[in-house]
Design a protein around this ligand. Structure first.
Ligand SMILES: Nc1ncnc2c1ncn2[C@@H]1O[C@H](COP(=O)(O)OP(=O)(O)OP(=O)(O)O)[C@@H](O)[C@H]1O
Ligand SMILES: [Mg+2]
Length: 1007
């Protein structure tokens, strides 16, 4: 194991070191910078500090964001491969899946450091690597395409970055339990609206304006009354750089168009959206001239936003004042009118942006109410320092200050607290807590924002300078605040009279108070509000936003921003943090240029050294015992596959087996703390090998479907299955115990009256007796011996059942004797043989049958010959030869006219009933029957028949029932006598003309 570790560690450390935690001189800023530079020069822009990712903007394409690269990083352990934004994205994703909790990635750094690019890479990684379906592809496309739309409306070229985000963006990506991206939500923060009406030299307005003018179709431009020339629009040319080589407005326009349709903006929405953008451009071109009285007049009659030009004219050049009960229109000066115009333009644009974000959110919403986990991506404007810094920079830098505080809270401070909580000794690491600066800005009643609000709201003439005076009055002596007046001699030289300087955690920034009051008020004059109510464009007639813009009391920009940041902090505090710290290597947006001073400054203000110190002072890695054990339990035979003890004991056993040295780890109350990353690497390496051993499952080419490596999946499946089986077994046993207990109690109370204690037992006894009885019922009426002995509670039922069953059997027996005639035969047989032949009683139980040989068993030829006579009865017999008495198997068939002895297809003998002299049987137990045939019958060439048959009694009776004895009335005329047995003797003429002789015993019966 150790050989493999060393090998892989060497590979990891090929250029510099990949994790600053492994830096020997971890307190040295120079060593830190050296490592960063060394790697940057080799195009290795990513380096870790534990799980924090440091990224340096390469300002060139490195070819490291391909699909192939994504595949490499997908599902691979964080420390296995060189640092990468994909590794971080994958790690966050897999942690989210395995721990089913929420996370966020905070991407920070100054403007142009690569935050937006990083967030896009993360999103792309999830789009490609998460499991997907056609339906989800739709969500994925929307998530991806929300970016170009928001960038078009919210990004602009600045001096620092050609695609600078002019708003803060927090995006939640929602995942279902299978890890598929199923929805999203975007929150936007403080759009820099002032850019709509004013841009510094070298900067541009928001991209969308240029995209529309450059890329918009001729017909669209005509409809919007626009010319394809940015120079024609005042709002587009103040920075004097409408055209930028790095930006292709035409192709970006096409991308935005496509994105809008995929995000499902209706045609009407798109129409209105661009009508507004065009209106803002037109509004910018409205200018005012001073009349003879010095009042503003509008020189343009353009109809904007569907507002009639006279109303627009009045709205832009007059102010409505309420005097007592009346409303009076007070005319503006030209300067004032311009201000009102710009305010309107800013408000319209700001509102359109909010509408856009809401619309995108509508399209990303996931209506399914099942539980989701989220990964939040926070791409927020970086710390900004310009030559002249205004209200916007103040807000942006305050935002960074708050995020730094969150960072401190979540990492440094919480780290310390965690150690304390876990009962692990902690050497305090000194770090700069920027709470003091946050308080300076946001504290209630005393902070800069409160003072600004007060100044905006107070009656009387408030100006930027009265605001500055207030600041000086209240902040005097604060270590992080200085103005020209408050500064010492030396510092005063670096400050203008209208400046105040804040000593941010990231460095000193000097702000010019000019414009603070106005921008904070973000005020629209009342009649402009009314003007806007004429707008026919739906986006602008959105009530809530209008109210917010107009209601001065609730609409103090800085305060609103402050509370939205507080909201953001709350959102983030409930999630697990991950960090990407972006660094900018130079000011010139150039590749391969590493400006030491500049980078060192960023390293300092991003708190990277402090972060590293904390990671090294303490332990590089910690995990809850359950999670650590779950992941690595396969490495120790004692803990694999199941550990029965507590997770902490399991981890202890595991690390003992792995050979951790005492100074390499600490056992906390709920977590294990590992001091050096290399210890963890070694464990990971071992796990990798073990995993492949365990899970030699066929490699799947579609890793996307598996949030875990194959081996782990196998282990997971096995674990789940075993768990399920064990749970079922436990439930079964618990049930069995309950039943057995009840059974015993029931048995003990079996003779008591039915109660809760014995009802189930008695029911069981009843059921069991009936079931057994069912299988042991007597099969025939004569079978009188078998009847299952009942348990005491079934005595009565048993008697009743027995009676019922006997009746049933009798009924069945009787039914079996279908023809009534058969019963008569039975009775007749009884009359003939009862008491006269020894084996008669045995014959009684023999069932009746119409015939003993079925027609199929009689040869077809024989059937053809005798069938016309009508077969009455047939029975198999053994015929004994008259000479030598050899037995022959024959069929004896009675028809209406004769008895036949048949062998297969041959009729061996036909005995006409008329030639039948008599039938003899003995009174013994034999089954012989002799048919006496008249010998003088010339047709009959044979003599009497000696027959043996098993059903002798019935055959005899049958024969008797249909044979008559012939006699000669006179020569040539014959008569018949039928004999019948009964208890009474009678002789009479029967209906068929025969003489019926009824006698107590059969006269033909000879012995
Ligand atoms: N990983 C990267 N590879 C190549 N180029 C990059 C990378 N990251 C950033 N860049 C380049 O740097 C430019 C600025 O990056 P990005 O827009 O992400 O900065 P930002 O930190 O979001 O700045 P801002 O705060 O102004 O929005 C990009 O337009 C791109 O040209
Ligand atoms: Mg950006």
């Amino acid at each position: 194991m150790s050989v493999i570790n060393r090998g892989s560690l060497t590979a990891r450390d090929r250029v510099g070191i990949q994790d600053f935690v492994l830096l020997d001189a971890y307190t040295s800023e120079t060593a830190f910078m050296d490592n960063l530079r060394k790697r940057f020069n080799e195009n290795l822009i990513y380096t870790y500090i534990g799980t924090l990712l440091v990224s340096v903007n390469p300002y060139k394409e490195l070819g490291i964001y391909t699909k192939k690269q994504m595949d490499i990083y997908m599902g691979v352990n964080f420390f296995e491969l060189p640092p990468h934004i994909f590794a971080l994205a994958d790690n966050v994703y897999r942690t989210m899946i395995s721990e089913t909790n929420n996370h966020f990635i905070l991407i920070s750094g100054e403007s142009g450091a690569g935050k937006t690019e990083a967030s896009k890479k993360v999103l792309q990684f999830y789009a490609v690597c998460c499991p997907s379906t056609r339906l989800l592809d739709n969500v994925r496309d929307r998530l991806l395409l929300s970016n170009p739309v928001l960038e078009a409306f919210g990004n602009a070229k600045t001096l620092k970055n050609d695609n600078s985000s002019r708003f803060g963006k927090y995006m939640d990506i929602q995942f279902d339990h299978q890890g598929a991206a199923v929805g999203g939500h975007i929150l936007s923060y403080l759009l820099e609206k002032s850019r709509v009406v004013h841009q510094n030299h070298g900067e541009r307005n928001f991209h969308i304006f240029y995209q529309l003018v450059e890329g918009g179709e001729d017909e669209l431009l005509r409809w919007l009354g626009l010319e394809r020339n940015c120079q024609k629009y005042r709002y587009l040319i103040q920075g004097e750089c409408a055209k930028v080589s790095s930006i292709n407005d035409k192709s970006d326009w096409k991308t935005v168009q496509k994105a809008l349709t995929i995000i499902e903006f209706s045609e009407k929405d798109i129409e209105h959206l661009f009508a507004i953008i065009a209106s803002v451009l037109h509004l910018g071109n409205v200018h005012f001239e001073a009349s003879a009285h010095g009042y503003a007049t509008l020189n343009s009659s353009a109809e904007l936003l569907g507002i009639p030009s006279n109303i627009l004219q009045e709205g832009l050049t007059h102010r409505k004042i309420e005097a007592k009960a009346e409303e009076v229109l007070s005319p503006f000066t030209a300067e004032h009118a311009k201000y009102a115009r710009d305010a309107l333009a800013k408000a319209i644009y700001g509102r359109t942006f909010t509408w856009l974000v809401n619309k995108i959110n509508e399209s990303l919403v996931n209506k399914d109410s099942t539980r989701k986990t989220v990964i939040g991506l926070l791409d927020i404007y970086g710390f900004e320092v310009f030559d002249v810094n205004s209200f916007e920079q103040f807000c942006i830098n305050f935002c960074n200050e708050k995020l730094q505080q969150l960072f401190i809270q979540l990492t440094l401070k919480s780290e310390q607290e965690e150690y304390e909580m876990e009962g692990i000794e902690w050497e305090p690491v000194p770090y700069f807590n920027n709470k003091i600066i946050c308080d300076l800005v946001e504290e209630k009643h005393r902070g800069i924002i409160s003072i600004l609000d007060e100044e905006c709201l107070r009656p009387g003439e408030a100006t930027d300078f009265t605001f500055l005076e207030k600041l000086e009055e209240k902040m005097c002596g604060h270590p992080h605040f200085v103005t020209h007046k408050l500064a010492d001699q030396k510092t005063r030289k670096t400050l203008e009279r209208g400046d105040f300087r804040l000593l941010h955690y990231a460095g000193e920034v000097t702000y010019s108070v000019v414009g603070f009051i106005d921008k904070n008020n973000d005020l629209l004059y009342r009649n402009i509000k009314e003007v806007r109510s004429f707008a026919t464009v739906c986006i602008l007639s959105w009530p809530d936003i209008t109210e917010k813009i107009i209601d001065i009391n609730s609409k103090i920009v800085a305060t609103q921003f402050k509370s939205s940041l507080a909201g953001l902090t709350e959102i983030l505090m409930t999630k697990d943090p991950w960090y990407v710290r972006c660094l900018k290597p130079n000011h010139c947006k150039q590749p391969d240029r590493f400006d030491d001073v500049m980078v060192r400054h960023q390293v300092k203000y991003l708190g990277l050294m402090e972060h590293l110190r904390v990671r090294r002072a303490g332990f590089a890695y910690r995990r809850r015992y359950e999670i650590f054990l779950k992941r690595y339990k396969a490495l120790c035979p004692d803990t694999w596959p199941h550990w029965k003890g507590t997770p902490a004991e399991g981890v202890q056993r595991l690390i003992k087996h792995l050979g951790y040295k005492p100074d390499e780890y600490k056992m906390g109350r709920t977590k294990i703390f590992i001091r050096h990353p290399r210890t963890l690497f070694a464990t990971e390496d071992a796990f990798e090998i073990c995993k492949h051993e365990l899970g030699k499952a066929p490699a799947t080419s579609d890793k996307r479907r598996l949030p875990f490596p194959e081996g782990v999946v196998m282990i997971l499946i096995e674990t789940c299955w075993r768990g399920l089986q064990a749970r079922r077994e436990r439930e079964r046993r618990a049930w069995a115990v309950k039943v057995i207990k009840k059974f015993i109690k029931g048995f003990m109370n079996r003779n008591q009256p039915v109660s809760m204690d014995n009802s189930d037992y008695l029911a069981f006894v009843r059921q069991s007796y009936l079931t057994r009885l069912k299988d042991n019922l007597p099969k025939s009426v004569l079978d009188k011996t078998i009847w299952l002995t009942p348990p005491p509670i079934m005595q009565e039922a048993s008697v009743l059942l027995r009676k019922l069953h006997t009746r049933l059997l009798v009924r069945k027996y009787v039914r079996g004797i279908s023809a009534q005639q058969k019963l008569q035969i039975k009775a007749l047989t009884s009359d003939i043989f009862k008491g006269r032949k020894e084996n008669y009683p045995q014959s009684v139980c023999q069932p009746f049958a119409d015939t003993r040989i079925s027609e199929q068993d009689i040869n077809i030829k024989v059937l053809q010959l005798i069938c016309p006579e009508g077969i009455k009865y047939s029975v198999p017999v053994i015929k004994y030869d008259r000479n030598g008495f050899r037995p022959r198997f024959r069929q004896l068939i009675f028809t209406q006219a004769a008895a036949y002895l048949v062998e297969e297809a041959k009729i061996k003998q036909r005995v006409n009933y008329s030639s039948l002299k008599g039938v003899s049987v003995s009174d013994l137990s034999d089954n012989f029957l002799i048919l006496h045939v008249t010998c003088d019958d010339t047709k009959q060439k044979v003599g009497d028949c000696l027959l043996y048959l098993t059903r002798m009694h019935y055959t005899y009776t049958e024969l008797l029932s249909f044979c008559s004895v012939r006699f000669d009335i006179q020569p040539g005329k014959e008569g018949f006598v039928d004999f019948k047995s009964s208890s009474e003797s009678m002789v009479y003429r029967a209906k068929n003309g025969h003489l019926m002789v009824v006698s107590p015993h059969n006269p033909m019966h000879t012995t």
